[in-house]
Design a protein around this ligand. Sequence first.
Ligand SMILES: [Zn+2]
Ligand SMILES: [Zn+2]
Length: 71
Amino acid sequence: MPEIDMMLCRSCGNEERASEGYPCDECGTFICLICEFRGITVCKACRQKKGLPEPENLPPLAPERPAPPSA
Ligand SMILES: [Zn+2]
Ligand SMILES: [Zn+2]
């Protein structure tokens, strides 16, 4: 089974597939598809740098992925 290329979204902090993400408008770091879909196109660091508020529709940080049940 090929390993899925996961990256940490610099906007919401969730791990999402790198191949489905977008670069931050400002610095080009990884932004996940969910953020992009919600119209969030800059990462957290760039929001802070620009003095932008955290978006109200920022995807919630997912809890720790439950470990797959061991057979
Ligand atoms: Zn995100
Ligand atoms: Zn950025």
